[in-house]
Design a protein around this ligand. Structure first.
Ligand code: IMP
Length: 427
Protein backbone atom coordinates (compact mmCIF):
# COMPACT_ATOMS: atom_id res chain seq x y z
CA UNK A 1 0.00 0.00 0.00
CA UNK A 2 1.40 3.36 -0.93
CA UNK A 3 3.28 6.01 0.93
CA UNK A 4 3.32 9.08 -1.27
CA UNK A 5 5.39 12.22 -0.67
CA UNK A 6 4.25 15.63 -1.88
CA UNK A 7 6.90 18.34 -2.20
CA UNK A 8 7.06 21.84 -3.65
CA UNK A 9 9.38 22.04 -6.65
CA UNK A 10 10.22 25.76 -6.52
CA UNK A 11 10.35 28.31 -3.65
CA UNK A 12 7.04 27.41 -2.04
CA UNK A 13 3.43 28.45 -2.49
CA UNK A 14 3.00 26.12 -5.47
CA UNK A 15 -0.43 24.98 -4.24
CA UNK A 16 0.43 21.85 -2.27
CA UNK A 17 -2.59 22.36 -0.04
CA UNK A 18 -5.02 21.90 -2.88
CA UNK A 19 -3.21 18.83 -4.24
CA UNK A 20 -3.16 17.24 -0.81
CA UNK A 21 -6.75 18.11 -0.24
CA UNK A 22 -7.79 16.54 -3.55
CA UNK A 23 -6.20 13.25 -2.52
CA UNK A 24 -7.57 13.77 0.95
CA UNK A 25 -10.56 11.47 1.03
CA UNK A 26 -8.54 8.62 -0.52
CA UNK A 27 -5.73 8.62 2.01
CA UNK A 28 -5.80 7.48 5.60
CA UNK A 29 -3.00 9.57 7.10
CA UNK A 30 -1.62 12.98 6.12
CA UNK A 31 1.76 13.69 7.70
CA UNK A 32 3.49 17.03 8.03
CA UNK A 33 7.20 16.24 8.36
CA UNK A 34 9.10 19.55 8.39
CA UNK A 35 8.75 23.26 9.07
CA UNK A 36 6.22 24.86 11.36
CA UNK A 37 3.82 27.75 11.17
CA UNK A 38 5.99 29.41 8.52
CA UNK A 39 3.93 27.45 5.99
CA UNK A 40 0.68 28.64 4.53
CA UNK A 41 -1.83 26.43 2.81
CA UNK A 42 -5.00 27.93 1.42
CA UNK A 43 -7.72 25.41 0.73
CA UNK A 44 -11.00 26.49 -0.82
CA UNK A 45 -14.00 24.24 -0.16
CA UNK A 46 -17.21 25.56 -1.67
CA UNK A 47 -17.62 29.10 -0.40
CA UNK A 48 -15.25 28.55 2.51
CA UNK A 49 -11.58 29.49 2.40
CA UNK A 50 -9.26 27.94 5.00
CA UNK A 51 -5.76 29.29 5.62
CA UNK A 52 -3.70 26.78 7.56
CA UNK A 53 -0.20 27.48 8.83
CA UNK A 54 0.68 24.63 11.12
CA UNK A 55 -1.98 21.95 10.81
CA UNK A 56 -1.64 19.45 7.93
CA UNK A 57 -4.26 20.17 5.28
CA UNK A 58 -5.68 16.66 5.84
CA UNK A 59 -7.34 18.10 8.93
CA UNK A 60 -10.19 19.28 6.70
CA UNK A 61 -11.03 15.83 5.39
CA UNK A 62 -13.36 13.72 7.50
CA UNK A 63 -11.86 10.36 8.40
CA UNK A 64 -8.23 11.28 7.67
CA UNK A 65 -5.72 11.09 10.54
CA UNK A 66 -3.55 14.23 10.40
CA UNK A 67 -0.08 13.66 11.87
CA UNK A 68 2.48 16.24 12.95
CA UNK A 69 5.78 14.38 12.67
CA UNK A 70 9.00 14.60 14.65
CA UNK A 71 10.60 16.84 12.00
CA UNK A 72 8.14 19.67 12.65
CA UNK A 73 8.65 22.59 15.05
CA UNK A 74 5.47 23.41 16.93
CA UNK A 75 4.28 26.70 18.36
CA UNK A 76 1.65 25.51 20.84
CA UNK A 77 -0.29 28.76 20.96
CA UNK A 78 -0.61 28.73 17.16
CA UNK A 79 -1.56 25.04 17.21
CA UNK A 80 -4.45 25.62 19.59
CA UNK A 81 -5.53 28.85 17.89
CA UNK A 82 -5.83 26.94 14.61
CA UNK A 83 -7.63 24.04 16.26
CA UNK A 84 -10.08 26.38 18.01
CA UNK A 85 -10.74 28.36 14.82
CA UNK A 86 -11.50 25.17 12.85
CA UNK A 87 -13.68 23.74 15.62
CA UNK A 88 -15.63 27.01 15.66
CA UNK A 89 -16.37 26.45 11.95
CA UNK A 90 -17.53 22.91 12.62
CA UNK A 91 -14.36 21.04 11.56
CA UNK A 92 -13.61 18.01 13.74
CA UNK A 93 -9.93 18.11 14.76
CA UNK A 94 -10.04 15.28 17.29
CA UNK A 95 -8.04 12.82 15.14
CA UNK A 96 -4.89 14.98 15.16
CA UNK A 97 -1.74 13.15 16.34
CA UNK A 98 1.44 14.90 17.43
CA UNK A 99 4.90 13.33 17.67
CA UNK A 100 6.39 13.21 21.17
CA UNK A 101 9.72 14.08 19.52
CA UNK A 102 8.62 17.23 17.70
CA UNK A 103 10.38 20.35 18.96
CA UNK A 104 8.54 23.27 20.49
CA UNK A 105 9.05 26.86 19.40
CA UNK A 106 9.83 28.56 22.69
CA UNK A 107 8.88 32.24 23.04
CA UNK A 108 12.56 33.29 23.18
CA UNK A 109 13.10 31.78 19.73
CA UNK A 110 10.38 33.97 18.23
CA UNK A 111 12.17 36.98 19.72
CA UNK A 112 15.58 35.80 18.50
CA UNK A 113 14.27 35.24 14.95
CA UNK A 114 13.03 38.81 14.72
CA UNK A 115 15.95 40.57 16.40
CA UNK A 116 18.41 38.34 14.54
CA UNK A 117 16.96 39.46 11.20
CA UNK A 118 17.11 43.09 12.24
CA UNK A 119 20.71 42.60 13.30
CA UNK A 120 21.60 41.17 9.87
CA UNK A 121 20.30 44.31 8.16
CA UNK A 122 20.87 44.10 4.41
CA UNK A 123 22.09 40.50 4.80
CA UNK A 124 18.75 39.38 6.29
CA UNK A 125 17.10 36.18 5.06
CA UNK A 126 13.57 37.59 5.04
CA UNK A 127 12.27 34.93 7.44
CA UNK A 128 8.64 34.69 8.46
CA UNK A 129 9.69 35.73 11.98
CA UNK A 130 7.97 32.76 13.60
CA UNK A 131 11.05 31.41 15.41
CA UNK A 132 11.61 28.56 12.96
CA UNK A 133 15.37 28.98 12.37
CA UNK A 134 16.37 29.46 16.03
CA UNK A 135 14.26 26.44 17.05
CA UNK A 136 15.96 24.16 14.49
CA UNK A 137 19.31 25.61 15.58
CA UNK A 138 18.47 24.59 19.17
CA UNK A 139 17.53 21.11 17.96
CA UNK A 140 20.89 20.65 16.24
CA UNK A 141 22.68 22.28 19.17
CA UNK A 142 20.94 19.80 21.47
CA UNK A 143 19.31 22.46 23.62
CA UNK A 144 15.82 22.10 22.13
CA UNK A 145 12.57 21.56 24.02
CA UNK A 146 10.42 18.68 22.80
CA UNK A 147 6.71 17.95 23.11
CA UNK A 148 7.40 15.11 25.57
CA UNK A 149 9.22 17.52 27.92
CA UNK A 150 5.83 19.05 28.76
CA UNK A 151 5.05 15.89 30.75
CA UNK A 152 8.05 16.15 33.08
CA UNK A 153 8.16 19.54 34.73
CA UNK A 154 11.56 18.95 36.32
CA UNK A 155 13.19 18.02 33.02
CA UNK A 156 11.43 20.89 31.27
CA UNK A 157 12.84 23.38 33.77
CA UNK A 158 16.36 21.94 33.39
CA UNK A 159 16.17 22.14 29.61
CA UNK A 160 14.79 25.68 29.57
CA UNK A 161 17.49 26.75 32.02
CA UNK A 162 20.26 25.31 29.92
CA UNK A 163 18.84 26.82 26.72
CA UNK A 164 18.58 30.22 28.37
CA UNK A 165 22.10 30.24 29.74
CA UNK A 166 23.61 31.32 26.43
CA UNK A 167 20.50 32.97 25.02
CA UNK A 168 20.19 35.41 27.90
CA UNK A 169 23.77 36.48 27.27
CA UNK A 170 22.88 37.05 23.63
CA UNK A 171 19.62 38.81 24.39
CA UNK A 172 21.12 41.20 26.93
CA UNK A 173 24.65 41.74 25.63
CA UNK A 174 24.27 41.54 21.85
CA UNK A 175 20.66 42.48 21.19
CA UNK A 176 20.10 44.84 24.10
CA UNK A 177 16.98 43.02 25.26
CA UNK A 178 15.89 41.94 28.71
CA UNK A 179 16.84 38.50 30.03
CA UNK A 180 14.13 35.83 30.14
CA UNK A 181 13.35 33.98 33.37
CA UNK A 182 12.95 30.19 32.99
CA UNK A 183 9.78 30.45 35.07
CA UNK A 184 8.15 32.70 32.47
CA UNK A 185 8.70 30.06 29.81
CA UNK A 186 7.27 27.31 31.98
CA UNK A 187 4.25 29.50 32.73
CA UNK A 188 3.62 29.81 29.02
CA UNK A 189 4.25 26.16 28.06
CA UNK A 190 2.87 24.10 30.96
CA UNK A 191 -0.78 25.18 30.70
CA UNK A 192 -0.83 23.40 27.30
CA UNK A 193 0.30 20.06 28.76
CA UNK A 194 -3.15 18.67 29.57
CA UNK A 195 -4.59 19.63 26.19
CA UNK A 196 -1.61 18.21 24.33
CA UNK A 197 -1.44 14.90 26.20
CA UNK A 198 -4.24 13.00 24.41
CA UNK A 199 -2.90 13.84 20.96
CA UNK A 200 0.72 12.81 21.57
CA UNK A 201 2.02 9.50 20.18
CA UNK A 202 5.05 7.65 18.88
CA UNK A 203 4.15 8.68 15.34
CA UNK A 204 6.89 6.61 13.68
CA UNK A 205 5.44 3.46 15.20
CA UNK A 206 1.89 4.55 14.45
CA UNK A 207 2.75 5.11 10.77
CA UNK A 208 4.59 1.81 10.43
CA UNK A 209 1.61 -0.01 11.88
CA UNK A 210 -0.69 1.92 9.58
CA UNK A 211 1.35 0.98 6.48
CA UNK A 212 1.49 -2.65 7.60
CA UNK A 213 -2.28 -2.61 7.92
CA UNK A 214 -2.64 -1.37 4.33
CA UNK A 215 -3.23 2.33 4.95
CA UNK A 216 -2.33 5.00 2.42
CA UNK A 217 -0.02 7.59 3.93
CA UNK A 218 0.55 10.98 2.38
CA UNK A 219 3.61 12.91 3.52
CA UNK A 220 3.27 16.59 2.86
CA UNK A 221 6.34 18.86 2.77
CA UNK A 222 6.25 22.39 4.05
CA UNK A 223 8.13 25.03 2.01
CA UNK A 224 9.85 23.63 -1.09
CA UNK A 225 12.92 22.25 -2.83
CA UNK A 226 14.80 25.53 -3.23
CA UNK A 227 14.11 26.46 0.39
CA UNK A 228 15.56 23.14 1.65
CA UNK A 229 18.43 23.74 4.06
CA UNK A 230 20.72 21.36 2.11
CA UNK A 231 19.49 21.54 -1.46
CA UNK A 232 18.05 25.05 -1.62
CA UNK A 233 19.54 28.45 -2.33
CA UNK A 234 21.48 28.54 0.94
CA UNK A 235 21.57 30.72 3.04
CA UNK A 236 18.26 32.04 1.66
CA UNK A 237 16.42 28.94 2.76
CA UNK A 238 14.32 27.71 5.61
CA UNK A 239 16.01 25.65 8.34
CA UNK A 240 14.48 22.25 7.62
CA UNK A 241 14.55 19.45 5.02
CA UNK A 242 11.80 20.29 2.57
CA UNK A 243 12.78 17.72 -0.07
CA UNK A 244 11.60 14.11 -0.23
CA UNK A 245 14.47 12.84 1.95
CA UNK A 246 13.06 14.96 4.77
CA UNK A 247 9.86 12.92 4.58
CA UNK A 248 11.79 9.97 6.00
CA UNK A 249 13.83 11.71 8.70
CA UNK A 250 10.89 13.92 9.66
CA UNK A 251 8.41 11.09 10.07
CA UNK A 252 10.35 7.92 10.87
CA UNK A 253 9.13 6.17 7.68
CA UNK A 254 12.14 4.56 5.92
CA UNK A 255 13.00 5.36 2.26
CA UNK A 256 12.24 1.76 1.25
CA UNK A 257 8.57 2.35 2.07
CA UNK A 258 8.07 5.40 -0.12
CA UNK A 259 6.29 4.52 -3.38
CA UNK A 260 5.77 7.84 -5.14
CA UNK A 261 7.01 11.40 -5.02
CA UNK A 262 4.73 14.06 -6.47
CA UNK A 263 6.17 17.54 -6.95
CA UNK A 264 3.89 20.54 -7.18
CA UNK A 265 5.14 23.11 -9.65
CA UNK A 266 3.53 26.41 -10.60
CA UNK A 267 3.12 27.32 -14.28
CA UNK A 268 5.33 30.34 -13.47
CA UNK A 269 7.62 31.03 -10.50
CA UNK A 270 7.23 32.92 -7.21
CA UNK A 271 9.34 33.46 -4.13
CA UNK A 272 8.98 35.36 -0.86
CA UNK A 273 11.85 36.65 1.21
CA UNK A 274 15.33 37.42 -0.02
CA UNK A 275 17.66 35.45 -2.26
CA UNK A 276 18.49 34.81 -5.91
CA UNK A 277 15.67 34.29 -8.44
CA UNK A 278 16.91 34.23 -12.06
CA UNK A 279 13.56 34.63 -13.85
CA UNK A 280 12.20 37.35 -11.53
CA UNK A 281 10.28 40.11 -13.32
CA UNK A 282 10.49 43.69 -12.10
CA UNK A 283 8.11 45.03 -14.72
CA UNK A 284 4.41 45.08 -15.62
CA UNK A 285 4.52 41.37 -16.52
CA UNK A 286 5.58 40.55 -12.94
CA UNK A 287 2.80 42.75 -11.55
CA UNK A 288 0.34 41.02 -13.91
CA UNK A 289 1.30 37.59 -12.55
CA UNK A 290 1.07 38.87 -8.95
CA UNK A 291 -2.40 40.36 -9.41
CA UNK A 292 -3.83 37.62 -11.62
CA UNK A 293 -2.39 34.84 -9.49
CA UNK A 294 -3.18 36.62 -6.15
CA UNK A 295 0.45 36.21 -5.18
CA UNK A 296 0.43 37.53 -1.64
CA UNK A 297 1.76 35.45 1.27
CA UNK A 298 -0.73 33.37 3.26
CA UNK A 299 1.40 33.62 6.40
CA UNK A 300 2.78 37.15 6.24
CA UNK A 301 0.66 38.88 3.56
CA UNK A 302 3.87 39.93 1.79
CA UNK A 303 3.60 40.43 -1.99
CA UNK A 304 5.40 37.52 -3.65
CA UNK A 305 8.18 38.07 -6.15
CA UNK A 306 7.01 36.74 -9.53
CA UNK A 307 8.74 35.47 -12.67
CA UNK A 308 8.48 33.07 -15.60
CA UNK A 309 8.69 29.30 -15.39
CA UNK A 310 12.23 28.04 -14.88
CA UNK A 311 12.86 24.58 -16.31
CA UNK A 312 16.38 24.39 -14.84
CA UNK A 313 14.80 24.48 -11.40
CA UNK A 314 12.16 21.96 -12.50
CA UNK A 315 14.85 19.49 -13.63
CA UNK A 316 16.74 20.06 -10.40
CA UNK A 317 13.59 19.31 -8.38
CA UNK A 318 13.15 16.10 -10.38
CA UNK A 319 16.68 15.04 -9.51
CA UNK A 320 16.93 15.84 -5.80
CA UNK A 321 13.45 14.57 -4.95
CA UNK A 322 13.26 11.55 -7.27
CA UNK A 323 9.99 12.94 -8.62
CA UNK A 324 7.64 10.40 -10.18
CA UNK A 325 4.82 12.84 -11.07
CA UNK A 326 4.38 16.58 -11.37
CA UNK A 327 1.26 18.56 -10.55
CA UNK A 328 1.31 21.77 -12.59
CA UNK A 329 -0.69 24.50 -10.84
CA UNK A 330 -2.26 27.83 -11.80
CA UNK A 331 -2.08 27.35 -15.55
CA UNK A 332 -5.17 29.61 -15.81
CA UNK A 333 -3.09 32.57 -14.55
CA UNK A 334 -1.21 32.54 -17.87
CA UNK A 335 -4.39 32.82 -19.97
CA UNK A 336 -4.47 35.95 -22.13
CA UNK A 337 -0.74 36.31 -22.77
CA UNK A 338 0.44 36.52 -26.41
CA UNK A 339 3.51 34.44 -25.74
CA UNK A 340 4.73 32.78 -22.57
CA UNK A 341 8.48 32.86 -21.94
CA UNK A 342 10.00 29.77 -20.31
CA UNK A 343 13.58 29.65 -19.03
CA UNK A 344 15.29 26.63 -20.60
CA UNK A 345 18.87 27.20 -19.39
CA UNK A 346 21.08 29.90 -17.86
CA UNK A 347 23.92 31.91 -19.19
CA UNK A 348 26.61 32.45 -16.59
CA UNK A 349 29.58 34.62 -17.53
CA UNK A 350 29.07 33.86 -21.20
CA UNK A 351 28.64 30.12 -20.73
CA UNK A 352 25.41 28.13 -21.15
CA UNK A 353 24.37 26.03 -18.16
CA UNK A 354 21.57 23.50 -18.52
CA UNK A 355 21.75 22.31 -14.92
CA UNK A 356 21.58 24.13 -11.61
CA UNK A 357 24.94 25.90 -11.11
CA UNK A 358 27.16 24.28 -8.51
CA UNK A 359 28.04 27.50 -6.69
CA UNK A 360 25.98 30.24 -5.13
CA UNK A 361 28.06 32.84 -7.00
CA UNK A 362 27.15 31.33 -10.38
CA UNK A 363 23.48 31.08 -9.43
CA UNK A 364 23.46 34.76 -8.45
CA UNK A 365 24.90 35.58 -11.89
CA UNK A 366 22.58 33.30 -13.85
CA UNK A 367 20.78 35.05 -16.72
CA UNK A 368 17.80 33.10 -18.10
CA UNK A 369 17.78 31.88 -21.68
CA UNK A 370 14.13 31.98 -22.78
CA UNK A 371 12.06 30.01 -25.21
CA UNK A 372 8.84 31.86 -26.15
CA UNK A 373 5.80 29.60 -26.32
CA UNK A 374 2.53 30.73 -27.97
CA UNK A 375 -0.19 31.81 -25.53
CA UNK A 376 -3.96 31.21 -25.44
CA UNK A 377 -7.03 33.38 -24.79
CA UNK A 378 -9.69 30.79 -24.06
CA UNK A 379 -11.01 30.48 -20.50
CA UNK A 380 -9.59 27.18 -19.25
CA UNK A 381 -11.08 27.14 -15.76
CA UNK A 382 -13.79 24.69 -16.80
CA UNK A 383 -11.35 22.19 -18.41
CA UNK A 384 -11.47 18.75 -16.81
CA UNK A 385 -9.71 16.62 -19.42
CA UNK A 386 -6.56 17.39 -21.36
CA UNK A 387 -8.65 17.57 -24.55
CA UNK A 388 -10.66 20.44 -23.01
CA UNK A 389 -7.52 22.61 -23.04
CA UNK A 390 -6.84 24.81 -26.09
CA UNK A 391 -3.99 23.56 -28.29
CA UNK A 392 -1.45 26.13 -27.12
CA UNK A 393 -2.14 25.42 -23.45
CA UNK A 394 -1.70 21.71 -24.12
CA UNK A 395 1.52 22.42 -26.02
CA UNK A 396 2.76 24.50 -23.06
CA UNK A 397 2.13 21.58 -20.70
CA UNK A 398 3.87 19.04 -22.93
CA UNK A 399 6.87 21.30 -23.55
CA UNK A 400 7.33 21.75 -19.78
CA UNK A 401 6.99 18.01 -19.32
CA UNK A 402 9.81 17.43 -21.83
CA UNK A 403 12.04 19.93 -20.10
CA UNK A 404 11.52 18.74 -16.51
CA UNK A 405 11.78 15.09 -17.44
CA UNK A 406 8.76 13.59 -15.68
CA UNK A 407 5.05 13.39 -16.53
CA UNK A 408 2.71 16.17 -15.52
CA UNK A 409 -0.11 14.09 -14.13
CA UNK A 410 -2.43 16.86 -12.93
CA UNK A 411 -2.95 20.41 -14.21
CA UNK A 412 -4.59 23.01 -11.98
CA UNK A 413 -6.87 25.37 -13.91
CA UNK A 414 -8.51 27.41 -11.12
CA UNK A 415 -8.66 27.87 -7.36
CA UNK A 416 -11.71 25.66 -6.75
CA UNK A 417 -11.25 22.24 -5.24
CA UNK A 418 -12.33 20.46 -8.44
CA UNK A 419 -10.70 22.83 -10.96
CA UNK A 420 -8.10 20.35 -12.25
CA UNK A 421 -7.32 18.24 -15.27
CA UNK A 422 -6.27 14.77 -14.13
CA UNK A 423 -4.20 12.97 -16.73
CA UNK A 424 -2.90 10.20 -14.47
CA UNK A 425 -4.07 9.41 -10.99
CA UNK A 426 -1.52 10.11 -8.24
CA UNK A 427 -2.59 7.15 -6.15
P1 IMP B 1 11.74 30.86 7.79
O1 IMP B 1 11.22 29.54 7.31
O2 IMP B 1 10.73 31.67 8.52
O3 IMP B 1 13.03 30.73 8.56
O4 IMP B 1 12.12 31.73 6.50
C1 IMP B 1 13.19 31.37 5.64
C2 IMP B 1 12.82 31.59 4.18
O5 IMP B 1 11.85 30.65 3.79
C3 IMP B 1 12.22 32.97 3.91
O6 IMP B 1 12.63 33.38 2.62
C4 IMP B 1 10.73 32.69 3.92
O7 IMP B 1 10.01 33.65 3.20
C5 IMP B 1 10.71 31.33 3.24
N1 IMP B 1 9.50 30.53 3.57
C6 IMP B 1 9.23 29.91 4.72
N2 IMP B 1 8.05 29.26 4.65
C7 IMP B 1 7.58 29.46 3.41
C8 IMP B 1 6.41 29.00 2.71
O8 IMP B 1 5.56 28.25 3.21
N3 IMP B 1 6.27 29.45 1.43
C9 IMP B 1 7.21 30.23 0.84
N4 IMP B 1 8.31 30.66 1.45
C10 IMP B 1 8.50 30.28 2.72
Amino acid sequence: MPAIVIVGAQWGDEGKGKATDQLGSRVDHVVKFNGGNNAGHTVVIGEEKYALHLLPSGILTPGVVPVIGNGVVVDLSVLFDEIDALEARGVDTSRLVLSANAHLIAPYNRVLDKVGERFLGSRRIGTTGRGIGPTYADKMNRVGIRVQDLFDEKILLQKVESALELKNQMLTKVYNRRAVEPGEILDELLPFADRVRPMVADTSLLLEEALDAGSTVLLEAGQATLLDVDHGTYPFVTSSSATSGGACTGSGIPPTRIDRVAAIIKAYTTRVGEGPFPTELHDAAGEHLRQTGSEFGTTTGRPRRCGWFDAVIGRYATRVNGVTDFVLTKLDVLTGLDTVPVCVAYEVDGERMDEMPMTQTDFHHAVPIYEHLPGWDEDITGARTIEDLPGNARAYVSRLEEMIGRPISVVGVGPDRDASVVVRDLL
